[in-house]
Design a protein around this ligand. Sequence first.
Ligand SMILES: NC(=O)c1ccc[n+]([C@@H]2O[C@H](COP(=O)([O-])OP(=O)(O)OC[C@H]3O[C@@H](n4cnc5c(N)ncnc54)[C@H](OP(=O)(O)O)[C@@H]3O)[C@@H](O)[C@H]2O)c1
Length: 332
Amino acid sequence: MRAWRVHELGDPAEVLGLEYLPDPDPGAGQLVLTVHACALNFPDILQCRGEYQVKPPLPFIPGLEVCGTVVATAPGLEARMGERVVAPPAQPHGGLATRTVVDAHEAFPVPYTMTDAEAAGLTVTYQTSWFALFRRARLRPGETVLVHAGAGGVGSAAIQLAKSAGAVVFATAGGPAKTEVCRELGADVAIDYLADDFVEMVKDLTGGEGVDVVYDPVGGDTFDRSRRIVAWEGRILPIGFTSGRIADAPTNHALLKNYSVVGVHWARYRDHDPDAVIECHHELCRLYEQGSIKPLVGAEHPLEDAPAALTALGSRSTVGKIVVLCEPRSRS
Ligand SMILES: NC(=O)c1ccc[n+]([C@@H]2O[C@H](COP(=O)([O-])OP(=O)(O)OC[C@H]3O[C@@H](n4cnc5c(N)ncnc54)[C@H](OP(=O)(O)O)[C@@H]3O)[C@@H](O)[C@H]2O)c1
């Protein structure tokens, strides 16, 4: 197989090398997939640099979510041969390869109407936003949600999911092209934070009340400023820190304004509550089939271009999901 591997930590463009490796064998309870599509995530960049909370042993293959077809199985799992599934690869196996290994209990079939590129982004991206909004923030119909980096990977999923649940969605993004993407995704209000002060705009538009839920993949100043516009009994969801700074949450401010800071680490649900992960997958497929969600594929790249695609993701020049077509079934 061909795979991008990291032997020492650093920026993806500097440390990724494309290698020919023997095809992997499945361990107990595992499946081998031909990888049709691998969706990129900001944590792929952070893992290459050694800056993510989960640090796979070196050398490792990046790529946290894939769509592929089962081509080999552990004994007892032969019935799954030929299934098209989505799954998170079992690290140090990764998605930026023509073959990968996944745990069978985490490999879920997808609707045949969903393209490989769309399906590749369904696991980390949509599950994170679903758990954040519905399990952690307990979002209710009619509530207001502010989604930061709304044109990005997890942000675009959060806009669609919040709208599908009957929420009123405010989104922020950098620049007019990205705010247009947010509107197309369903945001009721899209704020170009490079041109306008999102704090003042949200205050004006909510009559000073603020929003019930803040979905924040950015952190840093964005988190600090969002505390000023979270509503009474609101919830702020720290999703990630693309700004590069992990903000502090002063407890006296949470006390005075009666809001909660609610942590979200989706990957931990895979061990803590695997049944909920399966339920979430079924719900996401149902929402897709009824037309309520549709993964936004911002760009597709051949396997050879994976480092450049990761560089683009890290330089805020992308929208939606950036997908690497590792061993395409067909154009999708
Ligand atoms: N908690 C979890 O379980 C979980 C799961 C998956 C991902 N995440 C986190 O979610 C965040 C987003 O991941 P993603 O893959 O969906 O990425 P993404 O949103 O597609 O890309 C990052 C976006 O962040 C914004 N941004 C703001 N400041 C930035 C900076 N200094 N450098 C780069 N980007 C900046 C940019 O949007 P604008 O140009 O609009 O500002 C950029 O497009 C990451 O922090 C990731 O670790 C968390």
